[in-house]
Each structure stands twice: as structure tokens, then as C-alpha cells.
Design a protein around this ligand. Structure first.
Ligand code: ATP
Length: 737
């Protein structure tokens, strides 16, 4: 087995161990039966999960400004279903490739469903401290940190410093944990679990701290590696975070696979399979995935954190390192460590949706000024290849960041690196660039170059999407639409039911019968034959169409009803206005008619009404209507009587809105003959008809009496000494008969 790990390091109880790369040779593992029910990350909490960093509260770096503010992506529903068949240690798969996606492609497996919208590449800058050599030579810092994600870089004698701005800037004092917490890499990990393809890559001149940032200082992965070291880089910490997230989602089923490659002198080498004498692997174009992939790249099943860490160690041990004047431990290759994450989650109505996310960690080799690094021989050849591929990357970044040039040719094919990074740079992924720079004057030219690169990269936009099986995605989207339409229709129907049947009938139309498709067993979805699937989709489409039609009709009905209601309300207001006018005429004649108490239940303007009343009489003086000369209803002007009759216009709606019964304060008053009168008029239980009650109102004067009834008041004012209580049984309040 090529991937090994020191047993002293990440100990896991044997019972919980899975197909760890450190133990199982690839060939037998290949034949191992798939274990769909097995889970990843369910082993007892292991030591690396409890590093001192976890206990230590993440320091708020003085150095960091404007952390990324993106909201974490939405969590999907938890799930557990049939797991995808396992292909341990698979060869010849397209894992390890950077798939290029095409929404228009009719290829299976490729379909976008959830878009995050366009997203700029996030760019953060990490400035390392001056190193010993620089400090010894008395070199000085040419970088300033004005804050707010900005960097000032000296530009030469007497000239104004250049200013650059980024998402986040890490000053030399920032710790490895700070980078995890504030670079935005956590968001990438969360998104990769949701099915997005994410990439974090480090860019910068040689010796600027790329490897330090990603994996830690040299020697960390040697024989005496400290598992709890503060120096662990972003990859180690990201793995911990990844498994922490997996642990928090026990209801979901995740399958993780990892691959690790390097591009050395334009050759792709499998870092997990060095036994093949570093035989270069081919980078090919996949028609199906519409992207480049590495043929025969090893992928390792990672059921536990230990497995991922073992992959990291193995790759670190096998990558090409060299030494030159500027860095004793210089990476001589670009490396790509990829973790493929497949998850299954339930959608509505028992359908399961699987998603395939990925996170790539890319450690680019540093650009070199060979004069400065004093490279020669093998190191010089490496340097030339490194510089060449970085130059192509630079062209691609420049083309992509220039909106005018973006439509033109992007030279991805000019290097293996750009072929494999194509999707991260301009595809459907989410990308984080960590630009590493030295603060020393000695490196000023390279630093300015890196900062320019980084500023350009910030302008590049990608279109993050989640890939799903088109069949699953289609069914899911149809189901969602059906659910939305159903609830909307339900709502409209209940709104319609609130109106009298005559009104509802007036707007109702014949609807087609809606056939609900049969329930699908998620387990069997993949086994369905073509015609069965077509039939299923056809059923969903027809159900969808029928619901749409019904939805439109209901909306039309609702609009018509709203218009009717509007007309009624306007009419009501007009009448109230008339009544107010009449009332003010009568007040002038010192005659107050109790009729002005009448208030339509559908009028929403009671306060205006009372306000007007106040304006017509001194609110501080209560006038007992009993003391005032009474006006018999027969003396009411005919116009008022007509208006009152007209007020019946809202009766249907009134009947539904609240069944308000207006009681006068004398109702039920001891000694009042109201009940007797009611009885004598043939009404039951004190129930009066609209006409009757109006007549009584017309002929009786009101008198404020504390009769124990709840008083209906507006703005702390009772309406003319009347109390209004709600009576369930008052449909005929405005009955004309
Ligand atoms: N932020 C930092 N704090 C402390 N030491 C650092 C920091 N960044 C880098 N160093 C140290 O500087 C040295 C060079 O760093 P590193 O090897 O990571 O650079 P690099 O950019 O990966 O270089 P190359 O491109 O040559 O591989 C290492 O000894 C590393 O530990």
C-alpha cells in the first residue's frame, strides 16, 4: 500500500476503522463489497479533533480586517438513504479531475439545479514575517496595513505607495488558526458538503509562505510530527472542521474520497501511488464531463479523519522538494489535494437526492527569479517549468478578469496546471485565492507582482452550481413546483370559502381533474426503465400544468373579489361622509340623532369618524340625549332613510367579517323595556332584526349606564355611550325583513 501513516500518530480503535489507506492494500480493497450503510466520521472522537486550537478561543487578529461576510449556505434536509456504491481505491475514474460543466449538456449526471448566482473569486493576502536571513541582512518592511482589507506597498524612491484591497489581509502576526477562521475557507468546506466544487489555492513567490499556510512549516510531517501542533496549516484544520461538520449531521450519509497529485516539470504524478516509479499520468478531456481529468489517478476512500490525514501525510512525503538560495525547503511542483464528498439527502415525497461536492487544496510552486534563487541544473529546469506554468496561469487570470477579453480564447490548454484549474478559475466552482507575500524590500518586485495578480483574480467571477443527476433534479423541481402550487391553491380556496357561495360561484370555472402521480420508492428510482421514467415525468408535468391552470383561475377569482370589496368599501365611505354631513347639520340645530352611531363593520376608518364627531361637538361636554329634544324617526329626512337602506350593500361581507352585533347601552338594563319590546316583536332570545333594532335606535335615546357589558371604545372613547359587543348569532342584524 502506497499510503501509509505512522501508527503512533492518529490512533483509532480498531473496531471503528474502515478502509484506511494506511492498512489495506489497494487491490483487495477494490474487490471489497460495497458497504452502503457504513458511515464516515462516526468513529469515537479522536484526538486530533481535540487539538489545543479547539480549546483556545480564536484570537481576533489585529491583522484582519473585513472578514468575509457571506452567509453560510443553506443547509439541506438531513438524509439517509441508499448510499452510492463504493468504489474503494478506484482507478481510471474521473475523480481527481477538475470537471468542467456545461448546463446545456445533455450528458447524464450534469445538470445544474441550485445556483448561488455569480461569485467573485475571494482573495485574501497573507504577509509572512521577515525571515532570519532578511532580518540578519537588515532588510526592512515595505508593506503597511491601513486596515479595511487594504495593503500599502512602497513603490520606489519618493513615490506614493501603491494601494491594493482584498477581502482579508493577514498581517505577519496572524496565526494558522486565524487563517482558518477568517480566510473564508470554512465557507468553502460547508459548500463542498452541499455539493459545490470548491478550491483554495496559494499563490506567491518562492519562500513567501504558501506551503507554510497550507500545510505548516517544514518537518511537521516528518517522523516526529506533533499531532497537536499550533503550526498545522489550513489543510489539517480544514479536515478537522470537515469532520466536525459531518459529525453534526448524523442523519446524512457522506462518502469521502481523496486524491493527491503534483505537477512536476509539466508531468502529473500521483502522490498516493509513487510505487509506479512516478510514472506520469495523462490529462485528458472528458466529453461527458466537459472538462479535463487525470487518467488513472488513485482515489482513496476516507471513512475517518485519520484516513484523510494519512492521505495528507503520504502526499507531503512524496512531493518533490528542493533547496535553493531563497528557500531551503522549496516545493518544486504544484500540488492538488482533492476531497470528493458525496452526500444523500431526502427531498420531498420520499425522493432522495445525491450530491457530489469537492474541495481542492492547491499549493502552487513559487515563482522564482533564478538570479536570486541561484538555481542551476535540475533546480533551474524546475524553476523554468514552474515559471512557465505560472505565466500561463497569469494569462488566464488576466483574460478572465478582463471582461472584454473574457469572451476571447483563454489559454487553459497551454499548461497542465491551467487545464486542471480551469473549472476553479472560471467554471461553476467557488474559489479562494490566498496570495502569500514577503514584507522585505529585497522581494519588492515579486511582492508587487503577486499583489497585482491577486487584484486581478479578485475580478474573476464564477458561477457556483450544484451538480445533480438530471432525472433526480427534474423530479425534484417538478415536485417542488407542485407543492408550491398546491399550497397556493389551498390558500386561495380557503379565501374563496370565506365569501358567500354566490360570489365564489360567480368566479369559479370548471377545472381539470388533477391526477397525482404515484409515490416513488427512492430505492427503486435508479432501477426504473426509460419508459417508466418518461411516464413518471409525464405525470408530474400534467399534474403541474393542471395545478397551474387552477392556480391562475383562483387568482383571477380572488382579484375579482378584491375589486368587489373595493367598490363596497368606497360606497361605504361615501355614505359615512353623507351621514356626517347630515349630523353636522343636525348638531347645528342642537339635535343629535343616535343614528350617527351607526358604523359599518367594513369601514376601517372609525377613528376618522370619531375624530369628526369630536370636531362637531365639544368632547369634554357630554350631552344626555334624553335631555335633548327627541326627533322621531318619522321626522328623519327621506334622503337619510334612503342612505340607511342603501347601507345594506355590504351585508354579505359583514355577515362574514365578524358578526358584530351592536348593543345599545340600554339593552338589558334593569327597568329597560328593550327586551320586552324585542320579545313582543317576535324575536328570539333578544335577537332583533336590523329593521327592528334600527327602529328602536331611532325611537329610543341612549343613556350611559354601567350595565356590566364590555364597552367598545375607540381611542379610549366610547362611541356615544353605546357599547358594542360581539354576538355570534347576529346574521340578521341588517335583515330588511
Ligand atoms: N507566516 C509565517 N510565519 C512563520 N514562518 C513562516 C510563515 N510563512 C512562511 N514561513 C517560513 O518561511 C519559510 C518558507 O516558507 P514556505 O516554504 O512555506 O514558502 P513557499 O512559498 O511555499 O515557498 P516555495 O514556493 O519555494 O515552496 C518556511 O520556513 C516557513 O516556515
Amino acid at each position: 500500500m502506497m499510503v501509509t501513516r505512522p501508527k503512533t500518530l492518529y490512533k483509532t480503535p480498531p473496531t471503528s476503522r474502515g478502509n484506511s489507506p494506511g492498512r489495506t492494500p489497494p487491490a483487495p480493497a477494490k474487490n471489497k463489497a460495497p458497504s452502503p450503510s457504513r458511515r464516515i466520521g462516526r468513529s469515537p472522537a479522536r484526538s486530533p479533533l481535540k487539538t489545543p486550537q479547539d480549546d483556545k478561543k480564536a484570537k481576533s487578529p489585529q491583522t484582519i480586517v473585513k472578514p468575509l461576510t457571506r452567509t453560510p449556505s443553506k443547509r439541506s434536509l438531513g438524509s439517509r438513504g441508499s448510499s452510492p456504491a463504493k468504489t474503494p481505491q478506484s482507478r481510471g475514474s474521473e475523480y481527481g479531475s477538475i470537471e468542467r460543466l456545461d448546463e446545456t449538456s445533455t450528458n447524464r449526471r450534469i445538470l445544474s439545479t441550485f445556483k448561488e448566482g455569480e461569485d467573485n473569486i475571494n482573495v485574501v493576502v497573507r504577509v509572512r514575517p521577515l525571515n532570519n536571513r532578511e532580518a540578519r541582512s537588515g532588510d526592512e518592511t515595505v508593506i503597511q496595513f491601513p486596515g479595511n482589507g487594504q495593503i500599502l506597498c512602497e513603490s520606489g524612491s519618493g513615490q506614493k505607495p501603491r494601494q491594493f484591497s482584498y477581502n482579508v489581509v493577514f498581517e505577519p502576526a496572524a496565526t494558522q488558526e486565524d487563517v482558518l477562521q477568517f480566510s473564508g475557507v470554512k465557507r468553502l468546506i460547508e459548500m463542498s458538503l452541499e455539493g459545490f466544487r470548491c478550491t483554495a489555492f496559494c499563490y506567491g513567490q518562492t519562500g513567501s509562505g504558501k506551503t507554510h499556510t497550507l500545510t505548516g512549516p517544514p518537518g511537521l510531517f516528518g517522523k516526529k510530527m506533533a499531532p497537536y501542533s499550533d503550526q498545522h496549516g489550513l489543510v489539517f484544520r480544514s479536515f478537522l472542521y470537515l469532520f466536525q461538520l459531518i459529525k453534526e449531521r448524523p442523519e446524512k450519509h457522506f462518502v469521502l474520497k481523496a486524491s493527491y497529485l503534483e505537477i512536476y516539470n509539466e508531468k502529473v504524478i500521483d502522490l498516493l501511488n509513487p510505487g509506479s516509479l512516478r510514472k506520469p499520468l495523462a490529462v485528458r478531456w472528458s466529453k461527458k464531463a466537459r472538462g479535463f481529468f487525470v487518467e488513472n489517478l488513485f482515489t482513496v476512500d476516507c471513512e475517518e479523519l485519520d484516513d484523510l490525514l494519512a492521505v495528507l501525510e503520504e502526499g507531503m512525503r512524496n512531493r518533490s522538494m528542493g533547496s535553493h538560495h531563497m528557500n531551503e525547503n522549496s516545493s518544486r511542483s504544484h500540488t492538488i489535494l482533492s476531497v470528493h464528498i458525496t452526500s444523500e439527502q431526502p427531498a420531498e415525497n420520499g425522493v432522495f437526492i445525491s450530491r457530489s461536492g469537492k474541495i481542492n487544496f492547491v499549493d502552487l510552486a513559487g515563482s522564482e527569479m533564478t538570479k536570486k534563487t541561484r538555481s542551476e541544473g535540475k533546480t533551474l529546469e524546475e524553476a523554468n517549468n514552474i515559471n512557465k506554468s505560472l505565466m500561463v496561469l497569469g494569462y488566464c487570470i488576466a483574460s478572465l478578469s478582463d471582461r472584454k477579453r473574457k469572451t476571447n480564447h483563454i489559454p487553459y490548454r497551454d499548461s497542465k496546471l491551467t487545464k486542471l484549474l480551469a473549472d476553479s478559475l472560471a467554471g461553476n466552482g467557488v474559489t479562494l485565492m490566498i496570495a502569500c507575500i514577503s514584507p522585505a524590500r529585497f522581494n519588492l518586485a515579486e511582492t508587487v507582482n503577486t499583489l497585482r495578480y491577486a487584484a486581478r483574480a479578485k475580478k474573476i467571477r464564477t458561477k457556483p452550481i450544484v451538480l445533480m443527476d438530471p432525472r433526480e433534479a427534474l423530479i425534484l423541481s417538478l415536485k417542488r413546483e407542485v407543492a408550491v402550487l398546491q399550497s397556493e391553491n389551498e390558500h386561495l380556496r380557503s379565501a374563496l370559502n370565506g365569501y358567500p357561495s354566490s360570489v365564489a360561484d360567480q368566479h369559479s370555472v370548471e377545472r381539470p381533474v388533477i391526477r397525482t402521480p404515484p409515490k416513488i420508492d427512492p430505492e427503486k428510482l435508479a432501477e426504473l426503465e426509460g419508459p417508466q421514467l418518461i411516464e413518471l415525468v409525464r405525470l408530474y408535468i400534467s399534474e403541474n400544468e393542471a395545478l397551474r391552470t387552477e392556480n391562475e383561475e383562483l387568482f383571477t377569482s380572488r382579484d375579482a373579489l378584491l375589486r368587489d370589496q373595493e367598490v363596497v368599501s368606497r360606497e361605504n365611505e361615501r355614505l359615512l361622509k353623507k351621514l356626517e354631513d347630515v349630523n353636522s347639520d343636525e348638531s347645528r340645530a342642537c339635535v343629535r340623532s343616535p343614528l350617527i352611531n351607526a358604523q359599518s363593520a367594513i369601514s376601517s376608518d372609525l377613528s376618522r369618524y370619531t375624530g369628526d364627531l369630536e370636531s362637531t361637538a365639544n368632547p369634554n361636554i357630554w350631552t344626555n340625549p334624553m335631555d335633548e329634544p327627541q326627533k322621531d324617526s318619522s321626522h328623519l329626512p327621506e334622503s337619510i332613510q334612503k342612505e340607511l337602506d342603501k347601507r345594506m350593500i355590504g351585508e354579505n361581507i359583514l355577515g362574514k367579517v365578524g358578526n358584530h352585533r351592536r348593543h345599545n347601552s340600554w339593552d338589558g338594563r334593569p327597568g329597560s323595556n328593550n327586551s320586552a319590546r324585542t320579545k313582543s316583536s317576535g324575536s328570539e332570545g333578544g335577537k332583533v332584526t336590523g329593521r327592528q333594532s334600527r327602529k328602536e335606535i331611532e325611537t329610543k335615546s341612549s343613556k350611559p349606564v354601567d350595565d356590566g357589558r364590555p364597552r367598545f371604545s375607540i381611542g379610549n372613547k366610547e362611541i356615544f355611550g353605546s357599547s358594542i359587543s360581539i354576538d355570534q348569532d347576529d346574521d340578521d342584524l341588517f335583515d330588511r325583513n
